[in-house]
Design a binder for this molecule. Structure first.
Ligand code: AMP
Length: 271
């Protein structure tokens, strides 16, 4: 596996047929499943870049887990061919002020809880696509709204990249794998499995036609009674992310909740 730390060095490789996996590092099985999914390409390029633009002023940019040596070992074993490690200075030189705003789909849910977050995500992903020139980009459905935002951007800006969205990888307990799980104490990590249990329970009630609002209330209460502070628990259309009041095809549950200082998101397809 080649380790490349500048745009010029990456371009000098002259790669064709690239499956690209953008990440912020602190890699786990969720990320590695994306590398596996990209096996159909001759080159599997993983970027590791903790993108300052997508963190709010009071968020965890400074303490986001960074474990580059370990990540490199994991990627070597997973069959990545290139790891691209750009610097903040090269990605955002002084005077680089352009930002991508994808519009309404980025304003709801995560966008409301984390203003500016998706502008940061869209801007970095667009820049990385331009640098890496991938055939296909691989993203995890764990970040459901992020997939919707990137789809919108690729469509609207005619970016020549095929998008592949891969299923959420979970721990045995049901907890979605996330770099932020490392912030959880053992006790809270056990508790956090309740997020998935709540999603499954709410889906069951919705599919029994017992009312969307009542179902969401059950999920919210399961979490709040266990000590979580909920940002949102929503039942939405998979394309528009607009809330739904009745059971509909192509729908998904979205949840964001906090356990102490740790903010966790998850989602579950309903039908
Ligand atoms: P991140 O490093 O958090 O920016 O994530 C990089 C990519 O990995 C994104 O496309 C995420 O959606 C994806 N990802 C993160 N966690 C998981 C997971 N548990 N299952 C599948 N994909 C994931």
């Amino acid at each position: 596996m080649k380790i490349v730390d500048s745009v010029a060095k990456y371009r000098a490789l002259g790669l064709e047929d690239v499956g690209f996996i953008p990440t912020m590092g602190a890699l786990h099985d969720g990320h590695l499943s994306l590398v596996e999914a990209a096996r159909e390409h001759n080159n599997r390029v993983v970027s590791i870049f903790v993108n300052p633009l997508q963190f709010g002023p009071n968020e965890d940019f400074g303490k986001y887990p960074r474990q580059i040596e370990r990540d490199i070992d994991l990627l070597t074993n997973a069959g990545a061919t290139v790891v691209f490690l750009p610097s903040v200075e090269e990605m955002y030189p002084e005077g680089a002020t352009t930002r991508i705003d994808v519009g309404a789909i980025a304003r709801r849910w995560e966008g409301e809880s984390r203003p500016g977050h998706f502008n940061g995500v869209a801007t970095v992903v667009c820049k990385l696509f331009n640098i890496v020139a991938p055939t296909a980009g691989y993203f995890g459905l764990k970040d459901f709204q992020q997939c919707a935002v990137i789809s919108q951007m690729v469509r609207d800006l005619d970016l020549p990249v095929r998008l592949v969205f891969c299923p959420t990888v979970r721990e045995g307990s049901g907890l979605a794998r996330s770099s932020r799980n490392e912030y959880l104490s053992n006790e809270d990590r056990d508790k956090a499995s309740l997020i998935y249990k709540a999603l499954v329970e709410v889906r069951k009630i919705i599919l029994q036609n017992e009312g969307v609002n009542a179902a969401l209330k059950v999920g919210e209460t399961m979490l709040s009674e266990a000590g979580f502070t909920n940002d949102y628990f929503a039942y939405v259309d998979r394309s528009s992310l607009e809330p739904l009041s009745h059971v509909q095809p192509d729908s998904v549950l979205l949840v964001a909740t906090r356990l102490g200082p740790v903010r966790l998101i998850d989602n579950l397809r309903v039908n």
